[in-house]
Each structure stands twice: as structure tokens, then as C-alpha cells.
Design a protein around this ligand. Structure first.
Ligand SMILES: *[C@@H]1O[C@H](CO)[C@@H](O)[C@H](O)[C@H]1NC(C)=O
Ligand SMILES: *[C@@H]1O[C@H](CO)[C@@H](O)[C@H](O)[C@H]1NC(C)=O
Length: 376
């Protein structure tokens, strides 16, 4: 009886610590992703987003001071969710819990590797969307990037097949000197990064709690890793001018390309795989030996095989798996050795369609056997 009581007290203490320390303050804004695209950001809207728990006090103040950045951040919240769920769709942890923002499940509050990815990705998406907003002229605080002061590092590799096309070439591949001019509208990642940092950086937790300070330092480190991933995604983009494809005149700028924040997402997914565990040290500061680009975590993740609400594991029971793959999505790994059920289904669809005359197409009905696999 006595022992029971004690363990009950322990659970309460743990809960209290969870509530006080690991409240995921700095990713609550991801809940903004459910806001409609046409939402108008007035001062009142900023205040009610704060009341809804989506914005911190400081963030709400920033929102009221510069409401024009909010659509970019709403988009960034959507991107974070999309990119994360796409990146992890075949894994045991598939990022579906991000949809619960701002009421996260424990795996996104306790300093896991998954939390590190989400913090980094949210910062990356914010920088990306803000930089795009700068270049599109929709933000008052910034516009196009000022071109680099140094001479263009010019490449014969940049010869484009046709004039007036935009192409991307990684900066590293440029070697041969061949003239072009800086021009166009570069993505102002530096300003965007500064803006994102100001918005996402929560205040250091009050009091002397070393654990809270440490967790905060880790979260902010992962945020910075995310912002850096965008800076590293800049490529040289050029437009060719000149008589019929001669490309005799070329203007180039450093841009983020058209494919969106998922580029930074792939970079961060690689960093997720090599994330480093850090331990609390006195003073709550991070040990200095970690590179800025590393993702850091403080708590080992559960294996996500079985439901465990206390740790934020949904389990993989009922998940679709792939019967012939030996990767993450393969039944062997995804179902954690519990086995799977195979279902065969006959589906009917239109096929062999023939065009008869205007507005009339004749089709046959074909059937096809489809096998689906589901984890036990
Ligand atoms: C993600 O995992 C959860 C829990 O296992 C499951 O309910 C959900 O259907 C999965 N989502 C996708 C897109 O596979
Ligand atoms: C299953 O995995 C195999 C091998 O990796 C792949 O070729 C196939 O397209 C996958 N099937 C599905 C339905 O994803």
C-alpha cells in the first residue's frame, strides 16, 4: 500500500515536471496551420491567437507590431506539417501527432529526436516562407537580398539551352570563370532568418531550473540548425538573355528555388538520422563541442511499436506496410515482428477506352487483384 502511494506521488511529480518544463512553448505556433489562408491579421486576431494558446506573449506582441508576417508563418506551419508527415510517412513514428498542435503528445515535449526534427523543420519553414515574402515584396521589413559583394564565381556550366529560362546550379559546382552579372531578386535568407529567430525564440524559462534552461538551449540549438539548413539550400539561379539563346548576357542571384521547404526537409532528415544525444550539465548550458548543424536530443525515443500514451507512442497496429520491402515501410520492420495480415481485393476499373465520336468514349471493365498488408 505504502509503495503504491509512493509511486503515485512519483507519477504526479513527473507530470508536474512535464507541465512546468517541457511545455513545447516554442512550437505551439504550428497550430496556426489550421488558420485559413484568407484570415486577416488584425491586432485583435493576434490577441485571440494568443488566447487560443497558439502564440506566446512575445509572439503576440510581434504579431501586433508586424501583422504582415503572419500569412508567411501560417504557411510555414502548414509546410512543417506536410513536410514532416511526408518525410516520415513510412516510419513507425509518422509525424501524425504534429496535427495536435498546440496540445502535443509527450514525444514532442520530452526532448526526443522527433522533437528535434520538428523544431528544426519549423524554423526552416519559417525562414523559407519569410524569405519568399521578402522577395515577393509582401513584407515591409525586407525585400530582395543585396547581391554578394564579391565577383560572381562564374561558370561555363551555366550555359542554358534556351534564353530566358531560369536554372539552378549548386554554388559548389561553379569553377570556370565566365562572366555574368548579379541581378534579379535574391532571396533574403539572412533577414528572414533574423526575423524567424526573433519570432520563434521563446524567452529563457524563468527561475533557476537547470533542466528547463537546458531543454530550452537544446530547442533553440535545433531551431538554429533548421535556419542554417535553409541558408545551405541557396543555389545560384540565372536567367539567360541575348539573341536567340546565345545567352550572351546572364543575370544571376542566390535563390531558394521553386520546390519549397521540403529541400531543407531532406537535409534535416539526414541530420535526424545522425542526431546526437546531449546530457544536462550544470548551469543548463550546452556543451560546446556540437556543430551548429547537428540535431540534438536529450531523451531516447520509444520504439513506437506499441501504444504508450505516457511516452507519446501511438503504436503501429493497423498500419499499412509493404510486403516486399526490407526498409522502414516493410512489414517486418514496421510491424515490429508482430506479423501482418494480407488482404486481397479485387477492384474493378475502366480500361481499354476507345474514342467513338465526339463526346462518346466506350470502355471495358477490367478487374485487378490488389494486395494490402496491415500490421497486427
Ligand atoms: C500514422 O500513424 C498512426 C498511428 O499508428 C495511424 O493511425 C495513421 O493512420 C498513420 N498515418 C498514415 C498517413 O499512415
Ligand atoms: C513495396 O516495396 C517495393 C520494393 O521496395 C517497391 O518496389 C514497391 O513499389 C512497394 N509497393 C508499394 C505499394 O509501395
Amino acid at each position: 500500500m505504502w509503495i503504491k502511494k509512493r509511486s503515485g506521488a512519483k507519477v504526479w511529480l513527473l507530470l508536474l515536471v512535464l507541465l512546468l518544463v517541457q511545455d513545447g512553448r516554442c512550437i505551439k505556433w504550428l497550430g496556426l496551420g489550421r488558420t485559413s489562408d484568407t484570415h486577416t491579421w488584425t491586432r485583435e486576431a493576434c490577441t485571440s491567437a494568443k488566447s487560443a494558446g497558439l502564440l506566446e506573449r512575445k509572439q503576440a506582441r510581434a504579431c501586433r507590431a508586424a501583422p504582415d508576417v503572419m500569412p508567411a508563418l501560417v504557411q510555414a506551419a502548414k509546410d512543417t506539417s506536410t513536410v514532416c508527415q511526408q518525410a516520415f510517412r513510412h516510419r513507425r513514428w509518422n509525424c501524425s501527432s504534429i496535427e495536435r498542435a498546440p496540445d502535443y503528445t509527450p514525444e514532442l515535449l520530452t526532448g526526443t529526436r522527433e522533437q528535434a526534427f520538428v523544431y528544426a523543420m519549423s524554423a526552416a519553414a519559417a525562414v523559407w516562407r519569410l524569405a519568399r515574402g521578402c522577395a515577393l515584396g509582401s513584407l515591409a521589413a525586407c525585400s530582395c537580398a543585396t547581391p554578394p559583394r564579391r565577383e560572381p564565381p562564374s561558370p561555363s556550366a551555366l550555359i542554358s539551352p534556351s534564353s530566358f529560362t531560369t536554372m539552378s546550379v549548386s554554388f559548389d559546382t561553379l569553377s570556370v570563370r565566365n562572366s555574368f552579372k548579379w541581378g534579379g531578386c535574391g532571396d533574403d535568407v539572412r533577414s528572414a532568418s533574423r526575423m524567424a529567430k526573433r519570432f520563434l525564440q521563446g524567452a529563457t524559462p524563468p527561475g533557476t531550473g537547470g533542466t528547463a534552461k537546458f531543454m530550452h538551449a537544446v530547442n533553440m540549438h535545433n531551431n538554429r540548425a533548421g535556419r542554417r539548413a535553409v541558408e545551405q539550400s541557396l543555389t545560384l539561379e540565372c536567367k539567360c538573355h541575348g539573341v536567340s539563346g546565345s545567352c550572351s548576357v546572364r543575370t544571376c542571384w542566390r535563390g531558394l528555388g521553386a520546390s519549397g521547404p521540403s529541400v531543407a526537409g531532406s537535409r534535416l532528415l539526414r541530420r535526424y538520422a545522425t542526431a546526437a544525444e546531449v546530457r544536462l550539465r550544470s548551469g543548463g548550458r550546452l556543451p560546446p563541442l556540437y556543430h551548429h548543424d547537428n540535431l540534438l536530443y536529450t531523451t531516447k525515443s520509444p520504439d513506437y511499436c506499441l501504444p504508450d500514451m505516457k511516452r507519446g507512442s501511438l503504436g503501429t497496429i493497423g498500419r499499412q506496410c509493404n510486403g516486399s520491402s526490407s526498409g522502414y515501410e516493410g512489414c517486418e520492420y514496421l510491424c515490429c515482428g508482430r506479423g501482418h495480415v494480407t488482404r486481397t481485393e479485387q477492384i474493378y476499373e475502366r480500361c481499354d477506352c476507345k474514342y467513338i465520336s465526339c463526346c462518346y468514349v466506350k470502355c471495358k471493365t477490367c478487374s485487378r487483384i490488389v494486395k494490402t498488408y496491415e500490421c497486427n
